[in-house]
Design a protein around this ligand. Structure first.
Ligand SMILES: NC(=O)c1ccc[n+]([C@@H]2O[C@H](COP(=O)([O-])OP(=O)(O)OC[C@H]3O[C@@H](n4cnc5c(N)ncnc54)[C@H](O)[C@@H]3O)[C@@H](O)[C@H]2O)c1
Ligand SMILES: O=C(O)[C@H](O)COP(=O)(O)O
Length: 597
């Protein structure tokens, strides 16, 4: 927190602005979650206890491929505990930094709340995240990552397997033969070639199914309100409305996520519009079909057959009418269950979870902005700068003045379309909140945390001329309607105002209020305002030296020789109260603030 003194003045002289020692800032890891989570465990009273040597603990609650487990074990203590009861899961997550599940574990609000703030990442080893309460995860600052690509082909292949098996009664004929019957006349199927298949959900799996179905000679149409027409055109698929898809189709294959808007999307009304004798495949989620309505449609003959890999309740009850229905071919959620897909998913999720625990930004984040890796690496030093500027600005606010209005100004030659600032805003928010609260803020919950505290954050851009090679020229953070412990940080417009830039990959403070400075943002910072006169740097340096506090740079910005100047001193250690008091006591120093970065 900022400490300030306003002693009397004495004269000294320094050049302006300049860096008297080179910056030593090392490049820090990005930190959407506090890195690494296991090093900082939040305990019951919101206090952070640092266990520097501890490895993070990852609870793997469902079976995960070996290669993924090996990756996890290189970085963390791994607890593989399968088939946990809800009570056991709640008890365990309080001792874990990350949890990995497949679709069989419900990670509800109760789980996040039982974690007491320690759980920082939930890894869903697969695509569908309908078993994870994303709202509760976000409120608890927990990042959710998934493994969106590794099981696509497996799911598409299983869809095609079910399509063909259903059309030729493979499962029913097999059961009959094993029961000692030779029912050649009972199991006459239908052909696929020339039939119309409606793919509902033209995403990763849907488009792979479409490709394969075309290879089987089917005419493929698709419905997906969010799919791009040119992507469909490339595959040779016609994008149509929902009604057109279900009315034209001989076969319907479902490939959308389960969300409130897709829940029971195939219901009595939809079945009533379908061609009599339509056949349905569902390798998406049981909940996208109204299962009672499907039973009725099968019984009435509207739906000739269904092939289902997924069910509203998994595992389904022993008397589930669909599983037992003679016109239904059923598999126990096997879409992703190939050796290849499971190894791929395990590696994909282990990499995402380890990355998140290390504080890297996740490319497969589900409840945080997804930032492509190339953008991440380009923005990395600005992300560090953003957090430091937030930390600095808030520590210059006088006690008792609540922060309510913050404006961020980005100066860049890039147009808004070419510069995604969500990440930077989140890190500034983290910097603004964490030094003054016990709250844990990261990319996931930053906007929510600001909202909860009544902080309104606005962003504005200054569009610069010139090369857009670098993403940003500078970032300014302005806090309005507050007093300051360091009045020189208040600009002409009455706001606490700090500006920073990235120089040679290192974040620098370049302006405090109206004073230009040049200080690398690292460790701790002392800001002094003094009357510009000889000897001040030496005097302050001696006070710090006497206390064995190492100065890593000094920079002075002044308005004119022998007038007022602001000195920024970077120090490695935190000075004791005595040293701070002595600096404040140097007669030429008029204002003084100590800030932990
Ligand atoms: N059975 C299994 O083992 C298995 C395996 C993998 C995936 N899945 C499930 O398959 C589904 C698709 O997975 P994916 O990897 O292709 O996901 P994806 O996100 O790549 O594709 C989903 C597509 O659905 C579309 N969509 C959203 N709302 C829609 C709506 N109302 N109508 C039509 N389309 C809509 C989206 O625009 C998107 O293109 C998910 O539900 C996933 O959980 C199941
Ligand atoms: O959404 C998915 O990825 C699939 O349903 C696979 O889920 P599973 O990993 O639990 O089999």
């Amino acid at each position: 927190m900022a400490t300030s003194f306003s002693p009397s003045s004495r004269l000294s002289s320094t050049p302006s602005p300049q860096l008297l020692r080179p910056p030593t800032l090392s490049r820090r890891l990005l930190a959407p979650t506090r890195p690494p989570a296991a090093l900082r465990h939040r305990h019951r009273h919101g206090r952070l206890v640092v266990a520097a040597e501890a490895k993070p603990t990852v609870l793997v609650a469902e079976k995960l491929g070996k290669a993924g487990l090996e990756l996890l074990k290189d970085f963390a203590d791994v607890d593989c505990s399968y088939n946990l009861s809800p009570e056991e899961l709640r008890a365990k997550v309080a001792r874990c930094d990350a949890l990995i599940v497949r679709s069989g574990t419900k990670v509800g609000r109760d789980v996040f709340e039982s974690a007491g703030g320690r759980l920082k990442v939930v890894g869903r080893a697969g695509v569908g995240i309908d078993n994870v309460d994303l709202g509760a995860a976000t409120e608890n600052g927990c990042l959710v990552v998934n493994a969106p690509t590794a099981n696509t082909v497996a799911a598409a292949e299983h869809s095609i397997a079910l399509l063909a098996a259903m059309a030729r009664n493979v499962a029913q004929a097999d059961a009959s033969l094993k029961a000692g019957k030779w029912g050649r006349n009972m199991y006459v199927g239908v052909s696929l070639v020339g039939k119309t298949l409606a793919v509902m959900g033209f995403g990763k799996v849907g488009s792979e199914v479409a490709r394969r179905a075309k290879g089987l000679g089917m005419h493929v149409i698709a419905h997906d309100p969010y799919a791009a027409a040119d992507r469909a055109r490339v595959v040779g698929v016609e994008l149509v409305t929902f009604d057109e898809a279900i009315t034209r189709a001989d076969f319907i294959s479902l490939h959308m996520p389960l969300t409130p808007s897709t829940s029971k999307i195939l219901n009595d009304e939809a079945f009533s519009k379908m061609k009599k004798g339509v056949r349905i495949v569902n390798v998406a989620r049981g909940g996208v079909i109204d299962e009672e309505a499907l039973v009725r449609a099968l019984d009435s003959g509207i739906v000739a057959q269904a092939a289902l890999d997924v069910f509203t309740e998994e595992p389904p009850s022993a008397d589930n009418k669909l599983v037992l229905h003679e016109k239904v071919t059923a598999t126990p959620h096997l879409g992703a269950s190939t050796i290849e897909a499971q190894e791929g998913v395990a590696i994909e999720i282990a990499e995402a979870v380890v990355g998140a625990l290390k504080g890297e930004l996740a490319a497969t984040a589900v409840n945080a902005p997804m930032v492509p890796p190339e953008v991440l690496s380009e923005l990395a030093p600005f992300v560090v700068l953003a957090e430091k500027l937030g930390r600095l600005a808030v520590q210059l606010v006088a006690g008792g003045s609540g922060v309510k209005l913050v404006k961020i100004t980005y100066a860049s030659a890039r147009t808004p379309d070419d510069l995604d600032t969500r990440l930077l805003r989140a890190m500034i928010t983290k910097g603004l909140i964490e030094p003054v609260s016990s709250e844990f803020v990261n990319l996931v919950n930053a906007d929510l945390a600001a909202k909860k505290r009544g902080i309104r954050i606005t962003e504005e851009r200054i569009l610069l001329d010139g090369s857009a090679e670098h993403p940003l020229e500078s970032i300014q953070v302005h806090i309005s309607n507050v007093g300051s412990t360091f009045p020189s940080a208040v600009s002409g417009t009455g706001e606490i105002s700090v500006e920073g830039r990235v120089k040679d990959g290192v974040p620098h403070l370049t302006k405090v209020g109206s004073f230009q400075v040049d200080a690398s943002l690292e460790g701790n910072l002392i800001l002094c305002r003094q009357v510009d006169q000889p000897g001040i740097i030496g005097t302050v340096g001696s006070v710090l030296g006497e206390q064995n506090v190492n100065v890593n740079f000094m920079s002075v910005g002044r308005i004119a020789p022998r007038k007022h100047a602001v000195m920024a001193i970077g120090i490695d250690e935190e000075p004791c109260k005595e040293a701070l008091k002595n600096i404040g006591g140097v007669p030429a120093i008029e204002e003084f603030a100590f800030v932990k970065l």
